[in-house]
Design a protein around this ligand. Structure first.
Ligand code: NAP
Length: 286
């Protein structure tokens, strides 16, 4: 029986990237829909739910993508509410690569280190990747500091994480080198730089002089990079006593995670691959 992936997203054109990745992961046919609104989701999902008998439903799955993560979350919510009893399809969420990227970055930082009780800073952590990384690192036992250029934004993100995931995260403002230096001086061991493309967050002298800092990850692949002096292909390269992880090294792992997660969708008909489940997958992969 053909493996069919129903790809839904709110953006006008369903992502070419996600469709090619699905084929590379072994999907036989992607049914891709752009411009999807929450009120369209149930009918689209029902097309998958009612065409195959329950034992065969594991051969149909749903992927929720798109560039706007909040819009995609509304589609995901609607899709999950459309299922009932055994009439369900496995579903993966990876709008704007947020889930797979956060899982890849955190896995790189956690690998070979015991982070329990250590302090981790998520710089520019108010975006989709940063928020997910904060939850994952808190789950690994870190005390997480989450920064924004504006204190009220970091506070809002910290409150959202506390309300939804029960982790207490320290909100902090970092809008210049001095504030970044002050943050790293708070005995920070891990720095995850999650800023928008082309935004430098850590100047070279700031991170090099941070004594307790063990590892830095940067997911911004667009010049200027998020961390001055890092190279996009750095994969645990050590400089000034710190292990550095660049955006392409993290992106390569992200691609492997994405394909593995797509394959997992077809093992059963009721998997829900959110960022935590995707992070569990990367841990099992290694
Ligand atoms: P995002 O929402 O676009 O940006 C994250 C945060 O960056 C924003 O919340 C904002 O925080 C801060 N920011 C925005 N403009 C800024 C500026 N001019 N100066 C300083 N800070 C600024 O990012 P995202 O979608 O979470 O993605 C994060 C990064 O991951 C991006 O660089 C993206 O390209 C990259 N990415 C990489 C991959 C991969 O495979 N390697 C996949 C997906 C995404 P405040 O306004 O609160 O300060």
């Amino acid at each position: 029986m053909k493996k069919i992936l129903i790809h839904l997203e709110a953006s006008p054109h369903a992502s070419v990237f996600d469709q090619i990745t699905a084929y590379d992961a072994g999907v036989d046919k992607v049914l891709a829909y752009g411009n999807v609104k929450p009120e369209h989701v149930t009918d689209l999902v029902y097309g998958g739910v009612f065409t195959r008998g329950v034992p065969d439903l594991k051969n149909t799955a749903v992927f929720i993508g798109g560039t706007d993560v909040a819009e995609a979350e509304a589609l995901m919510d609607k899709a999950l509410k459309s299922f009932f009893g055994p009439m369900r399809l496995s579903l993966m969420f990876d709008a704007n690569g947020s889930n797979t990227t956060a899982a890849a970055m955190v896995y790189k930082l956690v690998s070979g280190r015991d982070l329990k009780g250590k302090k981790a800073a998520i710089l520019a952590g108010t975006g989709p990747v940063g928020m997910r990384a904060a939850v994952l690192l808190a789950g690994e036992g870190c005390q997480v500091y989450l920064s924004s250029r504006r204190m009220e934004r970091s506070q809002r993100s910290a409150q959202w994480i506390e309300q939804n995931y029960g982790h207490s995260v320290v909100p902090i403002q970092v809008s210049n080198d001095d504030e970044a230096r002050l943050l790293l001086e708070q005995d920070i061991s891990i720095a995850a730089c999650c800023g928008a493309a082309g935004v430098q967050l850590l100047a070279g002298d700031v991170w090099r002089s941070a004594k307790g800092l063990e590892a830095i990850a940067d997911i911004n692949a667009v010049d200027p990079l998020g961390v001055e002096g890092i190279k996009v292909n750095d994969d645990a390269r050590i400089e000034d006593g710190k292990s550095l992880y660049g955006a392409i090294a993290i992106g390569n792992l992200k691609m492997k995670i994405h394909k593995t997660a797509i394959k997992r969708l077809f093992d059963q008909n009721d998997a829900v691959l959110d960022f935590k489940e995707i992070y569990n997958i990367v841990k099992e992969m290694r």
